[in-house]
Design a protein around this ligand. Structure first.
Ligand code: NAD
Length: 420
């Protein structure tokens, strides 16, 4: 067996997502051996000394720094993860593109469509591979429902329902972090959670959302102002003073798709009891299928006329559904959220090293083997900045629709992966 090629990677932001990107890189040799890659964490960046120390120790990062600039200027870094708070994404992504570094960026890509377009344009101009954190796409059950749609097994797709409900913001005493600020986070739950839903609807149907009619609300109007900084949703101290919430807690939208289907989308970050309840239902003239993240490893399907047994069949994910077989040996053994991120990581790296075949990645990739991978064409395709921009355009159109109380057109983006 040929020696694995080392790929130098850098990670910016070491909170929940940054740490998950770090561990995903480490899982690549065992879960995606055909890539022939061994990612090496060359440098990580975060202002938190504790986060830096943990990355050095737990993920064997070679270097930890305060300033992300050191990641982009390091010649041993062939690919970068951008896992900072949203308001830093634009600057970091533009710096990555300028340095010619492929990047895997968390969603929402920019805080709005304008920023997301800048990021997408910069990546295209630099010709670097990209990936965006739309991880729910990679659930084997979701991939299989998509395959059913593509094979026509559900008939003509008539309508889709997507609901992304969580309660991470349900307490009115949760701190007023950057997530509640329009300038720093974007359009609240629309950018944070519903962007995953918009992407899922487009990815599974292969159809683009062309217009939306939406209503939104801020259900918890003020929150206590933090008196310290921290990571995550709640790990900061607060005082008695409260400040206004600047972005949306709840959204409901109707959407039209370019293949003739309709969609309903709803999302809340204050839905008490719904911990992470992300639901996708696809209806066609011949059948329908549904999936919910809280039961990620199964889906329900009904095709044709079941006679007296008419109704949904519950199918447990197994080999043959998406990438399940890489993670578990037999059906019904649960995969985890982290596995979805490992899949995304592999898709990103396939793009990165695929690019090396054409342009070369300098010192960042070392070892045996020519550029290009023995990966089947299209087998490992990450959501890219085109998909990040497409979701951002839907987010912005929803905001405009809610403000004008009217149907609003969604600007279309070329080169998305939904039809690949
Ligand atoms: N794909 C998903 O399902 C998913 C889930 C959660 C979060 N996210 C996204 O990931 C991003 C990060 O979210 P999180 O939950 O990991 O946040 P977090 O609060 O857990 O971590 C953010 C980290 O960024 C660091 N940071 C702040 N300023 C920085 C700077 N200038 N340079 C480098 N690092 C800096 C903080 O110290 C912290 O460690 C957000 O864009 C969020 O929307 C995506």
């Amino acid at each position: 067996m040929a020696a694995l090629r080392e790929v130098g990677v850098g990670v910016v932001g070491l909170g929940w997502m940054g740490r998950l990107h770090c561990s995903s890189y480490q899982r690549i040799p065992a879960r995606f051996p055909e890539l022939g890659l061994r990612p090496r964490l060359r440098v990580v960046a975060d202002p938190s000394a504790a986060a830096q120390g943990a990355a050095l120790e737990q993920f064997e990062a070679q270097r930890a720094v305060d300033d992300a600039a050191a990641v982009f200027s390091d010649p041993s870094v062939a690919a970068v993860s951008i896992c900072s708070p949203n308001f830093l994404h634009r600057g970091l992504a533009l710096a990555a593109a300028e340095a010619g570094k492929p990047f895997w960026i968390e969603k929402p890509m920019g805080v709005d469509a304008a920023q997301s377009r800048e990021i997408h344009d910069a990546a295209r101009a630099a010709g670097v591979a990209t990936a965006v954190g739309f991880n729910y796409r990679h659930a084997p059950a979701v991939e299989h429902i998509r395959a059913l749609v593509r094979e026509g097994r559900l008939g003509r797709i008539t309508n889709v329902r997507c609901r992304m409900d969580a309660d991470y913001a349900a307490s009115p005493d949760g701190p007023l972090t950057w997530r509640y600020d329009r300038e720093r986070a974007g359009a609240g739950v629309i950018a944070d959670l519903l962007s995953h839903g918009s992407d899922l609807v487009q990815y599974v149907t292969g159809q683009a959302i062309t217009e939306v009619s939406a209503t939104t609300d801020v259900l918890i109007r003020d929150r206590p102002i933090p008196t310290s900084t921290g990571v995550g949703h709640g790990s900061v101290e607060v005082g008695d003073e409260r400040g206004p919430v600047g972005n949306e807690d709840w959204v409901a939208a109707l959407a039209t798709l370019d293949g003739g289907a309709h969609a309903t989308l709803e999302s809340s970050r204050v839905a008490r009891g719904h911990r992470s309840d992300y639901v996708l239902e696809v209806f066609g003239t011949e059948g329908s299928a549904r999936w919910t993240f809280t039961r990620m490893n199964e889906f329900e399907v009904m095709i044709g006329d079941g006679g007296l047994e008419h109704g949904y069949t519950t199918v447990f994910a197994g080999a043959g559904h998406g990438d399940y077989g890489r993670f578990q040996p037999g059906p019904g053994i649960p995969m985890s959220f982290d596995d979805l991120k490992a899949i995304e990581c592999a898709q990103f790296l396939a793009g990165v090293v695929g690019d090396a075949g054409d342009g070369g990645l300098g010192d960042g990739v070392t070892g045996d083997g020519a550029g290009g991978l023995g990966v089947g064409a299209g087998a490992l395709v990450a959501p890219t900045t085109a998909d990040g921009l497409a979701a951002a355009e839907i987010t912005d159109a929803i905001v405009r629709s809610a403000a004008s109380r009217s149907w609003v057109e969604v600007p279309q983006v070329d080169g998305t992966t939904r039809a690949m």
